[in-house]
Design a protein around this ligand. Structure first.
Ligand SMILES: [Zn+2]
Length: 1015
């Protein structure tokens, strides 16, 4: 008889040793869940049974930091470097390079390490699970792995020592940015001497003190089945999952971890946490108010972060609501007071919910605060809260907070992976500290209760302010100040550390260790070796992939013409997304550089002669959000695309550059939302100088802080800027040129600038528009009848024909274009940064050709082979990847958080030369093809599906072309890849454009630079 997991009579009974402990109803997710524990090993399982073919699993371990040596993080990397069943260098990379996964990663948190994987193909799902389970429970953890992933001394030819290691370098990147360090400092301060105060990722100045023995002990202590939480989500039956574990792992686990009898409390309905771990999880809190100052690197900072923190107890939706009321949008009572004070350029990061701690805190303040103004900020925050309490909270502020939360609880997103990972984080939060998982999974139900309280008691919200702030005796005031000496001091400590390590160093032994390591790193695994991981064959793949459908119809415009309307029907849960886009490419190219700022300020400057505060509070009560945006790209020169474009020629919407507005709202508010959107578009204001000044300050601060974070993108945009109009536009709008443009906007020019923006905006509207809606069927049916009146009222017309400008016209707008003009140009972008990035670009084949598919396979093969081995593993960069953009006709390579970007450029080009004569293994190529196919079938969130469909129509790249891409991909042979490699190499001899982004002190002499930009 089948074991019925959903039958309550089976509670307390076991299936293959797994005791069924609870059956949870999760109405908020339209799902049920099971909690189980294996009797002998203690392994706990939480399975959310959802009607979703994208299944997810995650092995999580409670790994609580007690220092900043980064052992948890190094372990996270190292378990994935070979295990009993998969004795490969890096099974993870092999897997990533050949599986159909839709998510595959590992993450270290301050109190846990999580290994999740997802797939829409069942066989593939179990393959990934098998590799991961073997990795976490049976890793090799060789000494070579430890020094490769953790830290080691490297010796150059002259005997000069430096510290290297993948995690070591990765974390150096973290310690390069003001905001990353500032956030860490805030947390550290709040929990002195307890786990959040330590850097679980590792502090590069402390990482080198971790010993190999400590590393091995760490695995023994934390990676036990009885400290493992296995999260499962999706439609694969529980029995099948448990059968798999039973058949492949349970006996091996029992043997290795000596699980001979039933564990204590095996039948407990609450998760079991071991005493020694409970001890580590304890938080140390500050008991009396105090003021604390910390320092962070100045890179990206415009001033200090100044904030007051209050402990809030455990996170719940009531506290989230309170935060939304106070600071949910710019017109909220606290954020408005802070912003209006002009004491800083942005609200400091506001949290009440880190998602890790049982005891969390509220944090309110400002960033970008000038020296001397710190006390004013403290006083202002305290005075404001008191005032808000005394004055009471307006109905609009309450309504907009409720509306915002209702909206966010209903929207299914996919920010960094499947939505199941968002749920996973909620589950683990409770589970990790021994709480019931189901208690974390009722956000909608809990919020309904809060809504009832709001209705019943008009003072409910204001009393929360009293409870959490005015009556809360302990306040922690924090200043995090940008320091010019930050890097200097750290470099000095690093040097001392190396000198100390050198003292007891046996150089002969070191050389032997390094030789062994380098030898192992250089070994290229044969397909026979990697065949231990089963892989899907091309013949098993389905050619009929899911295609997003975009419908085109027309709405009668204000001049009687047809305004194109694109519709994507998707499962949006009663939400609709709408774009109204106007072409801006009719403007003189000298204005393109202003477009990003224009798109940033529309919807942010107010409308219809109302004050900005009235506008924002009105829109927050009606919509989920409304924002300005651009859509910029180009049409491929391939015949299919040209034919497609020709079909729609008369409508003028293909191959245009767009600026416009997007809103999202609950369909029940559709009428009000469209009325408001119409008002915003047709009556937008450009006359609030003060408002613009503060927006400008924020934009400048954002740009500044993006520099190091996005160094890779800045380098890439420079390298490829001269290849086409659209790539030139990309540099103008988002590259160094844009950085320079934003820096050139001065306070004294504000009235003039606003006049320009106003002129540009109304100029664009005159060019006509396209509409786009993504929503579920019911929502679409409700919205369509409203559109004609919307279009007429707003004054929208069909799209006018475009003016043609030349590539030269575009190039003339690029900052220092002479640096990047010639075929072999190389440029350096220099600033203070502990980490670097490199970008190399060369020509590629035409879109939709078999050659382009072969180049795609070659680039993917490079990622999992050469680039991984030479630039990541040996070179110490956090990442490196190559890709082909056959629409823009280039083949690109970028490195990420790279300690030696100059070297990486050389390594890449040398490798291309070597590979131009390489014979690719047929199995390897097949696996690469399968993994590319896997990316193509990765599910997307409803909103993103809508955007993809829309984008395809605007740039003549409709979804059906995917079928041709799949056919071409499946037809690629090893011979084709060999030709592609040779072609790419030959192309680099004719045209190869490079850019490196690095620290001012980096020597770039070897590169033959055309120019340097110092920031
Ligand atoms: Zn890492």
């Amino acid at each position: 008889m089948m074991f019925d997991f959903l039958n309550k009579d089976n509670l307390g009974k076991d299936y293959k040793g797994f005791i069924l402990l609870s059956i949870d109803d999760l109405p908020d997710y339209k799902a049920k869940a099971l909690f189980l524990r294996h009797k002998k090993t203690g392994l706990e399982v939480y399975h959310i049974l959802a009607d979703d073919k994208e299944n997810t699993f995650a092995f999580a371990f409670r790994t609580v930091a007690k220092d900043s040596k980064g052992c948890a993080h190094i372990m996270e990397h190292s378990t994935l470097c070979g295990s009993e069943k998969y004795p490969l260098k890096e099974p993870f990379t092999t897997l990533a390079g050949q599986s159909l996964n839709t998510f595959l990663n590992a993450m270290t948190y301050p109190d846990k390490t999580v290994y999740p994987g997802s797939s829409v193909v069942k066989a593939d799902y179990f393959t990934i699970m098998d590799v991961y389970a073997d990795a976490v429970f049976f890793p090799k953890l060789d000494y070579e792995t430890f020094i490769q992933e953790g830290h080691r001394l490297e010796m150059d030819e002259k005997g000069k020592l430096s510290i290297q290691g993948v995690v070591y370098n990765e974390m150096k990147g973290n310690y390069s940015s003001f905001i990353d360090v500032a956030v860490d400092e805030q947390i550290k301060v709040m929990y002195p001497d307890s786990f959040p105060a330590f850097d679980s990722g590792g502090d590069p100045l402390v990482i080198p003190t971790l010993t190999y023995q400590e590393f091995l002990d760490f695995h023994q202590k934390f990676y036990n089945p009885d400290n493992c939480l296995l999260y499962l989500y999706g439609n694969i039956p529980t029995a099948e999952q448990l059968d798999y574990l039973d058949e492949h792992f349970i006996a091996r686990l029992e043997k290795k971890y000596k699980c001979t009898k039933e564990i204590e409390n095996a039948y407990s309905e609450t998760p079991l946490v071991k005493e020694e771990i409970k001890e580590l999880q304890k938080l140390n809190l500050i008991k009396e108010s105090r003021e604390i100052k910390a320092y962070a690197p100045e890179t990206g900072a415009t001033g200090s972060i100044v904030a007051i923190n209050w402990y809030s107890g455990k996170a719940d939706i009531e506290k989230y609501y309170l935060s939304e009321v106070l600071c949910g949008n710019d017109s909220s009572p606290l954020s408005k007071r802070l912003k209006d004070s002009k004491l800083g350029d942005d609200l400091s990061p506001i949290w009440n919910n880190f998602g890790q701690m049982q005891e969390e805190f509220f944090c309110y303040g400002l960033s970008g605060v000038k020296k001397g103004d710190e006390k004013k900020v403290f006083d202002l925050v305290q005075k404001s809260l008191k005032e808000i309490y005394e004055e009471g909270i307006s109905e609009e502020d309450i309504d907009s907070a409720v509306m915002g939360i209702d909206f966010s609880l209903r929207e299914v997103t996919r920010y960094w992976g499947p939505y199941s990972l968002v749920i996973m984080e909620k589950v683990l939060k409770g589970w990790n500290s021994g709480k019931l998982c189901r208690d974390q999974l009722s956000p909608i139900t809990s919020f309904e209760k809060v809504k009832e309280k709001i209705k019943a008691d008009k003072d409910y919200t204001k009393n929360l302010i009293k409870k959490y702030f005015l009556d809360n005796d302990v306040t922690v005031k924090i200043i995090v100040e940008p320091s010019e000496q930050y890097f200097e001091e750290r470099t000095k400590i690093e040097k001392e550390l190396i000198a100390r390590l050198e003292k007891n160093l046996d150089k002969v032994q070191l050389k032997r260790d390094l030789d062994l390591l380098h030898q192992a790193q250089q070994h290229i695994e044969t397909p026979e070796e990697t065949s231990c991981i089963p892989h899907t064959k091309i013949s098993e793949l389905d050619r009929n992939i899911d295609l997003i459908k975009t419908e085109l119809s027309f709405v009668k415009g204000s001049d009687g013409s047809g305004v194109p309307l694109f519709i994507n029907k998707e499962q949006t849960n009663g939400i609709f997304y709408m774009d109204v886009m106007f072409p801006f490419d009719g403007l003189d190219p000298k204005y393109y550089r202003d477009i990003p700022t224009l798109s940033n300020i529309i919807t942010n400057m107010g409308w219809n002669n109302k004050s900005w505060d009235d506008c924002i509070s009105e829109s927050a009560c009606v919509m989920g959000d409304v924002w300005g945006r651009t859509y910029c790209s180009s049409v491929s020169d391939s015949q299919d695309c040209k034919d497609f474009a020709a079909k729609y020629k008369d409508y003028n919407f293909i191959d245009r550059q767009w600026i416009g507005l997007t809103c999202k709202a609950l369909t029940e508010n559709a009428e009000k939302s469209l009325d408001l959107l119409s008002e915003i578009i047709s009556k937008m204001s450009f006359d609030d100088n003060q408002r613009f000044e503060s927006l400008l300050q924020e934009i400048k601060a954002d740009k500044k802080s993006s520099l190091v974070q996005s160094g890779r993108d800045y380098a890439l945009k420079r390298a490829r800027a001269t290849l086409s109009k659209s790539l030139a536009l990309n540099e103008i709008m988002w590259g160094i040129t844009q950085y320079k443009t934003v820096s050139s906007y001065h306070k004294k020019d504000i009235p003039q600038l606003l006049q320009t923006f106003k002129k540009l905006y109304y100029e664009c509207i005159k060019q006509g528009a396209v509409l786009h809606i993504t929503a579920d069927e019911d929502s679409v049916n409700k919205i369509i009848p409203l559109l004609e009146s919307f279009v007429q009222k707003t004054g929208i017309t069909s799209v006018k024909t475009k003016k043609e400008y030349t590539l030269e016209d575009y190039l003339s707008q690029i900052y220092k274009v002479e640096n990047i003009k010639d075929e072999m140009s190389c440029e350096a972008i220099k600033l203070n940064s502990q980490t670097g990035y490199a970008a190399v670009v060369s020509p590629a084949c035409e879109y939709l050709t078999k050659e382009a598919s072969a180049e795609n396979v070659f680039s993917t093969w490079l990622n999992t082979h050469t680039l991984w081995d030479k630039i990541r593993t040996s070179g110490g960069a956090y990442g490196a990847n190559a890709w082909i953009d056959s629409i823009s006709r280039y083949f690109g390579m970028c490195t990420y958080r790279d300690p030696s970007p100059v070297q990486s450029v050389k390594v890449y080009l040398d490798s291309l030369k070597e590979l131009s004569e390489y014979d690719f293994d047929p199995h390897d190529i097949e696996r690469t093809i399968v993994s590319i196919y896997g990316n193509a079938i990765c599910p997307a969130a409803p909103k993103d599906r809508g955007e993809k469909g829309f984008w395809g129509m605007l740039f003549a790249n409709p979804q059906d072309f995917k079928l041709k891409l799949v056919d071409n991909l499946f037809a690629v042979t090893p011979e084709d890849v060999k030709k592609a490699a040779l072609r790419i190499y030959n192309q680099t001899q004719k045209m190869c454009k490079k850019a490196v982004f690095c620290d001012k002190s980096t020597s770039t002499d070897d590169l033959g630079l055309n120019g340097t930009i110092t920031l």
